[in-house]
Design a protein around this ligand. Sequence first.
Ligand SMILES: [Fe+2]
Ligand SMILES: [Fe+2]
Length: 412
Amino acid sequence: MLAVDRRSFLGTSIPGLAAALVGPALVRAGAPSAQRPDTLFLTWQRDPTTTITVQWIGTQSEVPDVYVSKWGATGAAWSATHASVRPFPLTNLRVFRVEVTGLLPDTEYQFRIGTQPATYRFRTMPVKATDTFSFVSGGDCGVNAHAAVVNALAAKQDPRFVVIGGDLAYDNGSSPESVLGFLRSYNRHMTDSAGRLVPMLACVGNHEVAGGYSRSRADAPLFLSLFDGLFRDTSYAALDFGDYLSLVLLDTGHVSAIGGDQTDWLRKVLSERADRPHLIVANHVPAYPSYRAPDGSDGTGADNRKYWCPLFERYGVDAVLEHHDHTFKRTHPLTGGLRNRYGVPYLGDGSWGQLRAPNSPEKRPYLAAVGQAYHMTVHRLEGEQRYHIAMEEGGKLADAYSTCGKRPAKKG
Ligand SMILES: [Fe+2]
Ligand SMILES: [Fe+2]
């Protein structure tokens, strides 16, 4: 594990980013537009190298086809896929979903919806990690001016996708208007420099669920109306990107208990992926909190540390993305809670659009770096190298950290 030279890695891009940022955008209220849906976003239900899922919330009475063709190819044929439709809970609106399969890896496509004239671009993920690429993570967004600015900052990094680690819209299972506002802000900002839509992945947080903890799927109706393609049977899932990256999205006790079935599943999933070049976990409540207290029988993260952290250590997880505490934090690489150069780093703590003051590393020795700033993190994968670049709302560099290669996973 080594720290990168911040100046040499990022060059002069940070001031440029800050200068390029526009002021906070206002979130529009009201019903979604029937034309050019302002809640349109991309996600994945399975293999990101050959599929894409298009979703939006709308009012159409007719269920349209989505037409896809290769981008930039003269005379390329458009193939149609029919949308599925389901209620958007607590409203008269509907969630439209189209999964397009059989795509070519690392290829640019365009699509349009029904007879609407607008076209949108996206690209599939590569099968082989032949090129450097970035994705962005963060959590605890909400619908406010800070979240909008961090959205714009994230899009400026040209990520291939975004991972939101819970507390997306703060809908609490009961506020569809919050979800609409969140999706409109994401839709407005999350386009890369070439005009391609940036897909979103998410895991569940307490504010997706009525009651927050130890509830059922029925208590997370809004979140699951959007993401039950990936979280079809369980509220946790693993997504494999070609031969180079696996992303494991967990539920920190909101719909599924941390121990029991989820831990049994996690053990199997991690053991099967221990040799992956990049094995990254995202969850909402942190194992190593920066704001809340970790101590006591029900201290924050106690179950994570009891059930999951030993598995992260055993199977060579390269980074755990944590949220919920509304700060910037990075832990030392940890084994059993103690600093160990072969341990697991925990990056967080969810301040895309929410903020608290963290405890200091002096008070919490597992912490290596903290900050009270709205932020998101750019994860840049270059061969065996991983760079984790935390950027504050105004474009300032909060932290740069890198790891390389695989720690030896313990067998058995
Ligand atoms: Fe939160
Ligand atoms: Fe939370």
